[in-house]
Design a protein around this ligand. Structure first.
Ligand code: FAD
Length: 494
C-alpha cells in the first residue's frame, strides 16, 4: 500500500483524491483541512442545505478569523470592501492593492460557496503547451464529477429569448461550441429544487471507502522533504495545538492560490516563481431591462414557481479576437447589482451582465510571505502586490464599451453606468504556483503539476494556471488535478 497526503479539501484536492482513489486500489489517501466540517454531509454546498438559517450558520463557520460573525451586507455597496459570506479577506487594510482577495477555511473550501459556473476555457486560456485533446477529455471528466449541466434552468423565463437576441449579434464568425449558450453549471435539479454541487458530490463514491479519509481542523504546517523527495507532512490539530508527522509516498498541495505557495515557502521550497505571476481577471458590471416585446414563450410557467428563486445564467464565451472578455448574463436574483430601487420585476426581465476582463500576467504581481509575521493560522503572513498597468487599463476601457454594447443589445441599460469591481473580486486567483514547459525560473511545476526538481511533490488549484484568462477556472484546475493524479499513480507502487 502507498499513502498519499492531500493538503486542502476544496474541489481541486477532492478531484485529485477521487481520480487517484479510482485509478489505484493500493493507495490510501488522507486529506487534511484546516477549517471545520461546516456541513453534513462534509463539503455540501451551503445553498443546498435545507434552510436559510442552516446556510447562514454554515457560512459563518467557514470565515477563519471571522468565524461566527454575521455578514454585514449593508456595507456591500458603500465602497467598503467586505468579504462574501463564507469567506474572509486576505488583507484587511485600506491600502491593499488587491483588497477583495478572499479565501474560505472549511471542508469543501470555496467549493461550498461558489456560484458553480463551469465554462470550458477557449483558445489562449489553455496553456499552448498543454495537449488540447487531453485537456478537453480531462475537463469533461471534471464536469462529470461536478454534475455539470446546461439544461437545469432551461425553463427559466425568457432565457431562450435572451440568448437568441445575443446570439444574433455575437455568434457571427464563431464555431458552435463558442456560441452564446446557457452557462454550464454544476447543479442538479431534482425533487423540484436545485442541488448545487459541493465537494460532497465529488467524493461521494468514496464515502464508505477505508482508503480515503478527510481530517478536518488540522493544519499542514510543513512538507517534510530532502530537496528532491517529500517524505511526509507535519500537521497541527488546531483545537489542541498538538503536532505530529505523517508519512507520505506523495504529497498533493491544494490549499488555494495563497496558501499553497505559503506552505511551500514555510517548508523551505522557494523556486524563483513561487508566489509570482499572481493574476486574476477584472470585472465590470451593468444592468439592463428586456423590452416588453420580449415575452416568455417557453410555455413552462407551471414548472417555474419552485425554481424561480434560482435564475438562468447565460454565457457569451471569451473569443480572443472578436470578444476578448467572458460574459455572464444573470437574470434577476443572480445579479450582483443592487436591485432594490427597481419597480416590481417581470421574472427574467432584469438582467445583470458581468464581463470578466483578462489581466496581463507580470512577474511583479505577487504574493510575498513574511519571514517574521504570521497570519491567523500561524503561517507566514501574505502580502499582495498587484497593479493594473497601461495595457490592463486599455482592456478595461474596451470592456466598458463592450458592456454598453451588450446592454444595448439586450434592451434598456439601467443604473449609473458600469461598475468596476475592486481587484481581487474575481475570487479566481491564478499563477502563484504556475505550470511551465521547462525549469527556467518562470514556473513552479511541470505539466503534470509536479514541482520542478521533486519526484513526488505536486501542486493543485487555480495557482497552477499560467495564462491570462477570462473564464471561471475551477473545472480547468480540476482537469489539471486529474492529470496530476494520473502522474502520481505512475509514481506510487501498485
Ligand atoms: C462566492 C464564490 C463564488 C465562486 N464562483 C465560482 C464559479 O462560478 N466558478 C468557478 O470556477 N469558481 C468560482 N469560485 C471559485 C472557486 O470556488 C474556486 O476556484 C475553487 O474552490 C478552488 O478550489 P481549491 O480546492 O483550489 O481551493 P479552495 O476551494 O479554496 O480550498 C482550499 C482548502 O484548503 C484549505 N487549506 C489551505 N491551506 C491549508 C493547510 N496548510 N492545511 C490544511 N488545509 C489547508 C483551506 O482551508 C481550504 O478549505 C467562487 C468562489 C466563491 C467564494
Amino acid at each position: 500500500m502507498s499513502h498519499v497526503v492531500v493538503v486542502g479539501s476544496g474541489p481541486i484536492g477532492s478531484a485529485f483524491a477521487k481520480k487517484l482513489h479510482d485509478l489505484n486500489p493500493s493507495v490510501t489517501i488522507t486529506m487534511f483541512e484546516v477549517g471545520p466540517a461546516a456541513t453534513k454531509p462534509l463539503g455540501r454546498h451551503v445553498r443546498t442545505l435545507d434552510s436559510d438559517a442552516e446556510m447562514v450558520e454554515a457560512q459563518q463557520k467557514c470565515q477563519g478569523p471571522h468565524a461566527g460573525r454575521a455578514h454585514d451586507a449593508s456595507k456591500m455597496h458603500t465602497g467598503v470592501v467586505t468579504a462574501r459570506p463564507g469567506t474572509f479577506l486576505v488583507e484587511e487594510k485600506p491600502d491593499s492593492e488587491m483588497p477583495a482577495t478572499a479565501m474560505s477555511a472549511n471542508v469543501g473550501g470555496m467549493g461550498a460557496h461558489w456560484t458553480c459556473a463551469c465554462p470550458r476555457f477557449g483558445a489562449g486560456e489553455v496553456p499552448e503547451f498543454i495537449d488540447r485533446a487531453e485537456y478537453d477529455s480531462d475537463l469533461s471528466e471534471a464536469w462529470a464529477m461536478l454534475k455539470v449541466t446546461q439544461t437545469a434552468f432551461e425553463n427559466f423565463p425568457m432565457g431562450k429569448q435572451l440568448r437568441e437576441i445575443l446570439g444574433a449579434k455575437y455568434n457571427v464568425g464563431r464555431t458552435p461550441d463558442r456560441f452564446v449558450q446557457p452557462m454550464p453549471l454544476a447543479v442538479e435539479v431534482r425533487d423540484d429544487r436545485a442541488w448545487w454541487t459541493g465537494t460532497d458530490v465529488i467524493v461521494s463514491s468514496m464515502a464508505n471507502s477505508s482508503r480515503f479519509e478527510i481530517v478536518s481542523e488540522t493544519l499542514v504546517t510543513e512538507v517534510i522533504h530532502d530537496g528532491s523527495k517529500a517524505t511526509g507532512v507535519v500537521v497541527k490539530d488546531v483545537k489542541t495545538g498538538e503536532t505530529r508527522e505523517v508519512q507520505a509516498d506523495a504529497v498533493f498541495v491544494a490549499g488555494d492560490s495563497i496558501r499553497t505557495p505559503q506552505l511551500l515557502f514555510k517548508s523551505g521550497i522557494r523556486p524563483r516563481a513561487l508566489g509570482h505571476y499572481l493574476n486574476d481577471h477584472g470585472q465590470v458590471l451593468g444592468l439592463a431591462e428586456l423590452p416588453d416585446s420580449v415575452t416568455d414563450t417557453s410555455g413552462n410557467s407551471a414548472k417555474r414557481g419552485s425554481l424561480s428563486s434560482y435564475s438562468g445564467v447565460s454565457w457569451i464565451p471569451y473569443d480572443r479576437e472578436s470578444f476578448p472578455v467572458h460574459a455572464q448574463i444573470m437574470q434577476m436574483d443572480a445579479s450582483p447589482i443592487p436591485l432594490q430601487d427597481l419597480k416590481e420585476p417581470r421574472p427574467g426581465a432584469y438582467v445583470g451582465v458581468g464581463l470578466f476582463v483578462p489581466k496581463q500576467v507580470t512577474f511583479e504581481d505577487s504574493v510575498e510571505f513574511s519571514e517574521t509575521e504570521t497570519d491567523f493560522f500561524g503561517m507566514p503572513k501574505p502580502a499582495l502586490h498587484y497593479k493594473w498597468n497601461d495595457e490592463d487599463n486599455r482592456r478595461f476601457a474596451e470592456a466598458k464599451v463592450l458592456l454598453a454594447e451588450v446592454l444595448d443589445t439586450i434592451g434598456t441599460p439601467l443604473g449609473n453606468g458600469p461598475i468596476t469591481m475592486p481587484p481581487g473580486s474575481s475570487l479566481h486567483y491564478l499563477g502563484t504556483v504556475r505550470m511551465g514547459q521547462s525549469n527556467d525560473g518562470t514556473s513552479v511545476c511541470d505539466q503534470d503539476s509536479k514541482i520542478w526538481g521533486f519526484e513526488n511533490l505536486y501542486v493543485g488549484g487555480n495557482g497552477v494556471i499560467p495564462t491570462e484568462t477570462a473564464g471561471n477556472p475551477t473545472p480547468t484546475s480540476m482537469a489539471f488535478a486529474i492529470k496530476a493524479a494520473r502522474a502520481v499513480n505512475k509514481g506510487v507502487s501498485k
